[in-house]
Design a protein around this ligand. Structure first.
Ligand code: SF4
Length: 505
């Protein structure tokens, strides 16, 4: 009996580790060749797998660590050594992965069965039970708020009897502040690469085509072990949690981390369990180390949004990956790969991704996705870009977040697009003050590119969007514009598109 673990199953605390004769880990170069991932992503996954192998061996677990071109090649070797072996694996989250892996094992005379994946709080049956009990006229659409309240009640997290802790389910109103001019976020932790990580980084550099060259990226800094991930959690709670809530939507030039937790990659690889992260957040609240708006905002991401994404994706695939209800077909502007643009907001956000494989959630949603949305970019291409560029990206993560929420290519999980003009960026950042474009102007040379794209986007998709019920205010502004104003907006939007296409924006 062998436990087969993927690079997203690195949970050293899982019960099933002691129930098998050996653990099989496969380091597949075909995975790294599938797309030009960020070098930090490949370094993180492979270094974490190798360190996990050492951890298990220290505990006396027998580990077969196989380096091969493909999973199939490694399984050939495995079944030669252990004919007709029974394999067990935590259920993978990627659509179709369970069937593909089972076929590989069946074809070699073995059997593969799946157990619940401890990197998620809910099993598929538990989520499906919630989904089927809902009173909804459209069973293919899901809303976070209902799910999140159900999760809070079910888990008792931040609950005071039947009521939400401190009285409200949501403290977003308190979480839209921007920091004062003299504010400096505490430095995020930097985990110096050890010999294993350095060796992997150098192999990644020489063996694979990557999102950016290693020389263009910042020094690698991500936690690759459970100890480092636990330290990252403590450092977040100690130094940044109190300000996470109020500044969670804020952006500052030169500040890539702000007060964000930076824990998503550790959680997605299994180095941290969502349960322990949530419990730590609750303890910080009880100890008075973080206010309810910080703690609730954080808990909503892990207990609510992450689980919601994983299961809405599962139930909406394969259609979700190809969804494009707005019919958007523009290629992503070259600035997404080069970072070369005069737009301060886009240059900052793309620069953060290029350097560290990371940008925080408001840059992801309100700069990177928002610009692609109002520009008319193909949602599938944007999804692919996120999947390549981010250290915490996996298909189950990016598809609902990028295709569903960011691109509004399906209404499976939101009833309106997250589209905005430059005024949102101006309100939540200091980017506009150093930008050569004028956020106050919609038309003419030098006008903020977001503005004309936003208005023409609303007009072009009026038929789909006006009736969604939550766009009334925006369409009242659309209705106020006369034909001369529309002509100037269309002209500016076309100029912006041309500049974006030829890399001169
Ligand atoms: Fe971005 Fe427009 Fe502000 Fe420049 S002016 S930073 S392009 S929102």
């Amino acid at each position: 009996m062998t436990l087969w673990l993927l690079g997203t199953h690195l949970d050293r605390t899982a019960d099933y580790l002691d129930e098998h004769d050996r653990v099989l880990l496969i380091e597949s170069t075909a995975f790294a060749e599938r797309r030009p991932y960020h070098p930090h992503k490949l370094t993180l996954v492979f270094a974490a797998m190798r360190r996990f192998r050492e951890d298990l061996r220290h505990r006396g677990v027998t580990v077969d660590y196989r380096r091969a071109e493909t999973f199939g090649d490694a399984l050939d070797d495995h079944f030669e050594a252990h004919p007709e072996d029974d394999l067990t694996m935590p259920r993978p989250a990627a659509h179709g992965a369970a069937d593909r892996l089972r076929e590989l094992v069946d074809g070699r005379g073995g059997r593969l069965s799946f157990v619940p994946n401890p990197t998620f709080l809910l099993t598929p049956d538990e989520f499906d039970g919630w989904a089927e009990r809902r009173e909804t006229s459209d069973s293919a659409t899901y809303r976070l708020e209902d799910f999140y309240r159900w999760m809070r009640r079910r888990s008792g997290v931040l609950m005071d009897g039947d009521s939400p802790e401190a009285g409200d389910w949501n403290y977003d109103e308190q979480n839209r502040e921007t920091p004062p001019d003299d504010w400096e976020p505490p430095a995020p932790p930097l985990f110096e690469p050890d010999e294993t990580t350095r060796e992997v980084a150098s192999w990644v550099d020489s063996a694979f085509e990557t999102f950016v060259g290693v020389d263009e990226a910042a020094p690698f800094r991500w936690p690759v072990t459970r100890e480092q991930s636990l330290e990252a959690l403590e450092r977040f709670v100690d130094a940044r949690f109190a300000e996470f809530g109020p500044y969670q939507d804020a952006m500052l030039e030169g500040e890539w981390a702000m007060s964000h937790s930076l824990l998503s990659a550790s959680i997605n690889l299994g180095l941290l369990r969502p349960t322990e992260v949530i419990e730590r957040a609750e303890r910080a609240y009880e100890a008075g180390d973080a206010s309810i708006n910080s703690v609730e905002g954080f808990v909503r991401q892990v207990l609510g949004w992450r689980e919601f994404m994983r299961h809405v994706y599962r139930r909406s695939m394969p259609a979700m990956a190809d969804a494009n209800q707005l019919g958007q077909t523009e290629a992503l502007p070259p600035a997404y790969w080069t970072g070369e643009t005069e737009m301060t907001c886009l240059s900052e956000a793309v620069g953060h991704v290029r350097k560290r494989g990371y940008a925080h959630h408001i840059e992801r949603l309100m700069v990177l996705s928002n610009f692609a949305l109002v520009y008319g970019a193909d949602p599938d291409e944007l999804n692919e870009w996120f999947h390549q560029g981010f250290v915490d990206a996996f298909h189950w993560v990016t598809t609902p977040n990028v295709v569903g929420m960011g691109s509004f290519a399906t209404d499976a999980l939101s009833s309106k697009p997250y589209a905005s003009s430059g005024s949102y960026v101006n309100r939540m950042s200091d980017y506009c003050s150093s930008c050569p474009y004028a956020v106050s102007r919609d038309t003419g040379e030098g006008a903020c590119p977001f503005n004309s794209l936003y208005w023409t986007f609303l007009r072009e998709h009026e038929e789909t969007l006006r009736g969604t019920g939550r766009m009334g205010l925006m369409y009242s502004h659309v209705d106020d514009k006369n034909e001369d104003e529309w002509a100037a907006l269309e002209e500016r939007a076309e100029t912006v598109r041309q500049m974006a296409r030829n890399g001169t924006l």
